[in-house]
Design a protein around this ligand. Structure first.
Ligand code: SF4
Length: 225
């Protein structure tokens, strides 16, 4: 079984937010107004968060999404099994099982699980532009990044039809595909020959809030070293 992980090189990231837009479009994340954001109900699976980094004069823009923890506190507290660590290391979210109790949003130290306060809506000009491979989430459930799990399903069907094994380039999340600075790498952390495994063992590598023991599978590479 692979153990999917993401590496983000902060030295390459320009903070352009192309990944944020790509994620929203790929995963049918509705647009939010400034009033919604001011109420603390911004719906975005990925965002750039300014953080203070040791040795840096100015804050760093940290691309932050579900860290797909190997020890996910969100899954520990879910009373219905709506969120769980799947065998490939992806922290899954099953919307029909979610009862909206929001234990998980409180348990997640990264603040990346979002409750749907309202039904998803898009402007008239975007009618019919939603991704048919990703379900629309109803009011009252929690959602988050899935590492574009639907792309893995598509890739598996494609390689089965072609009669070959899944290769690293077959499964690429939308944020990784879109990043113009090529700051993101995705793949199997347990494959010693993979690019992500090599990058994750770099001396520049760190995991966000790793002192909490959540064992994230999103790995960042420090700037300027
Ligand atoms: Fe769960 Fe939060 Fe970890 Fe994602 S980052 S697996 S939502 S605890």
């Amino acid at each position: 079984m692979p153990r999917w992980g993401l590496v983000i090189d902060l030295d390459r990231c320009t903070g352009c937010q192309a990944c944020v837009v790509a994620c929203k479009h790929e995963n049918n994340v509705p647009l939010s107004t400034s009033a919604v954001a001011a109420a603390g109900r911004l719906m975005t699976w990925m965002q750039l968060v300014p953080v203070e980094m040791p040795g840096r004069a100015a804050p760093t823009a940290l691309p932050l999404m579900c860290q797909h923890c190997d020890r996910p506190p969100c899954a520990d507290v879910c009373p219905t099994g709506a969120t769980y660590l799947n065998p490939e290391g992806i922290v899954a979210q099953i919307y029909p099982r979610c009862i909206g109790c929001r234990y998980c949003t409180n348990a997640c130290p990264y603040g990346v699980k979002l409750f749907n306060w309202t039904a998803p809506e898009w402007p008239e000009s975007m009618a019919g532009m939603q991704n048919p491979d990703v379900s629309l989430r109803p009011t009252g459930v929690v959602e988050k990044c899935t590492f574009c799990h639907h792309r893995l399903m598509q890739a598996r069907e494609q390689v089965a039809a072609e009669g070959r094994e899944l290769a690293a380039e077959d499964y690429v999340p939308a944020c990784v595909q879109t990043c113009p600075a090529e700051a993101m790498s995705f793949g199997d952390l347990d494959d010693p020959h993979s690019e992500v495994a090599s990058l994750a063992s770099s001396p520049r590598a760190f995991r966000w809030m790793e002192e909490l023991g959540t064992k994230p599978k999103v790995v960042y590479l420090r700037e300027g070293e």
